[in-house]
Design a protein around this ligand. Structure first.
Ligand code: ZN
Length: 277
């Protein structure tokens, strides 16, 4: 340190001067200056020092011989100031790797804010399972996917109740997510047509290991799965994908059967719900 550290008492004689020195005060002098400031009831200095306290703990019990509301409040204010600073630092500067907002009622405003939040731009895992997106404009989500296209590894949109036009809006961004290892789109209402288009947009997904898609809406007859259509349409989707790349672990699952509460799942083989056995 280039400046000469003034002795504690002369430092505290002038509160304004003491405050200006705090930023340069060596950590080793903090306890002594703090004790002196505490004893002399220099409220502002106590508050400032707590906010920038350089050690993980601050022991004030022995100093509180005579309870004093004013100094107690200064301690709390200092802690609050320190936390705020840390929060502002943790939120603006830290790049989040995982964002999980599940089973949440979201608004267009929430969604809009996601695409503007810089701390999300290196996400590896985006989990919005059960957050209903039906009726929302997904362009902000598309913008976010574009921002994370080089980092995103896991995308979970199960149960978001998206429809064709919404998936269509996401397709250009999804295509660019070349680092994806897992995608889960179960429990969304997609037609055969849009699922075909989606699979055709996955040619860049060289690292994908697990793929989970909803069975197309055309599989249902009056909300029940038609066994023949389920097998036929899912195998058609699989053939479309195999013409582009070799899937490793892929499944198409129907909605829950209203009779037996199970799902029909098409993987390499068809696994029908209990009602068909
Ligand atoms: Zn069933």
């Amino acid at each position: 340190m280039s400046i000469q550290t003034p002795p504690t008492r002369s430092l505290l004689r002038n509160e304004a001067m003491a405050m200006s020195y705090l930023g340069e005060l060596p950590a080793v002098l903090f306890p002594e200056v703090f004790k002196e400031a505490f004893a002399r009831r220099h409220i502002n200095i106590v508050k400032e020092m707590v906010a920038v306290w350089p050690f993980p703990r601050i022991a004030v019990g022995a100093l509180m011989e005579t309870p004093n509301l004013e100094i107690y409040k200064a301690l709390l204010d200092g802690v609050d100031m320190g936390l705020k600073e840390e929060f502002q630092h943790r939120f603006l500067m830290t790049r989040l790797e995982t964002l999980s907002i599940t089973n949440y009622i979201t608004s267009q405003r929430d969604l809009n804010s996601l695409s503007c939040c810089e701390s999300l731009f290196q996400l590896k895992h985006l989990d919005l399972r059960g957050t209903v997106l039906y009726s929302l404009d997904l362009m902000p989500l598309r913008a976010l996917l574009h921002k994370v296209e080089d980092t995103l590894e896991i995308l979970q949109l199960e149960g978001c109740r998206m429809i064709d036009s919404q998936l269509n809006a996401l397709l250009p961004a999804l295509r660019q997510c070349s680092q994806l290892t897992k995608i889960n789109l179960y429990k969304n209402d997609f037609s055969m047509h849009i699922l075909m288009a989606l699979l055709q947009h996955t040619d860049n997904w060289n690292k994908i290991v697990v793929e989970q898609y909803p069975a197309p809406l055309e599989c249902y007859e009056l909300s029940h799965v038609s066994r023949e259509r389920f097998s036929q349409l899912c195998s058609q989707l699989m053939a479309t994908l195999r013409a582009i790349r070799q899937p490793k672990n892929i499944a198409f699952a129907s909605k829950m059967c209203q009779r037996c509460a199970k799902h029909c799942v098409y993987t390499q083989v068809t696994r029908l719900c209990r009602c068909w056995h």
